[in-house]
Design a protein around this ligand. Sequence first.
Ligand code: FW2
Length: 288
Amino acid sequence: MEVVVPVLTPFNKEGSIDKDLLKSHVQNLLDKGVDAIFVNGSTGLGPSLSKDEKKLTLSTVAGVTNKVIFQVGELNLNNVLELVKFSSDYDIMAIASYSPFYFTRLPEKWLANYFSSIISASKHPVYLYNYPLATGYDISAKVVSKYNLDFAGVKDTNQDLSHTLEFKSTFPKMKVFNGSDTLAFYSLLTLDGTVASMANPIPAVFSKMKEYVKNGDLRSALSLQRVIISLVEISRKYGHLASLYVMTETVQGYSVGYPRPPIFPLDDSESKALKGEIESFVKGLMPR
Ligand code: FW2
């Protein structure tokens, strides 16, 4: 059972990646008990990172830990395969990719071709990142089975847990994660773990929840899930992705820089209001 963090990518005001902030954030997440780091995910603004920036996030995070899943998805398959090749020099757990997005009505077979090209090129295990709401494509267990895609794992970002569970029942050996913060407890209980953006600001809550689930104290685990849901609701009011930067700084006490437009940083009054809400919510409530 694992807590995986889709790590935020810290940018400076000019829009370049701040490697030092990324390194120290990753180190803190590991110190707080998370099991692995998902690099270039949605939370890491992966779809807006260039190929070279994706390489930079990998080399930076791999300098801290080998518990890394490296997301390589792009709309140019040559770039994707270059990233796959680049990853072969690193000792990491796995690579992952979402579907090519934006283009509508791609035949299922083309999507399968995209993933099988990655699988054939990779020396690392390959995980599917299935996020139908964002990509427009649902690479379900049935699709994976139909095209014999040899995925070692899947991160299914889906509010329908039964959709994620179908991967486990179809492929018992596959590592199966759900990627929704609001289902983290259920993912820990029924799957191989959770990939949770909220673990950026509150890693210790997730590791505690995992411990409760392990020890069978489901009531306590569920009370932490409720805390997570409340924080997700607060963050969504201001824009979830940008809010995570402010929340992480507020709760953890260090800067993780800024998001990069079109994920606009919160302005001063929004940051202040969000900080106020978080501080009053968090105070005395939970381990940090
Ligand atoms: C990622 C995740 C979490 C997301 C979820 C979407 O890569 O950022 O899927 O936060 O709202 O796995």
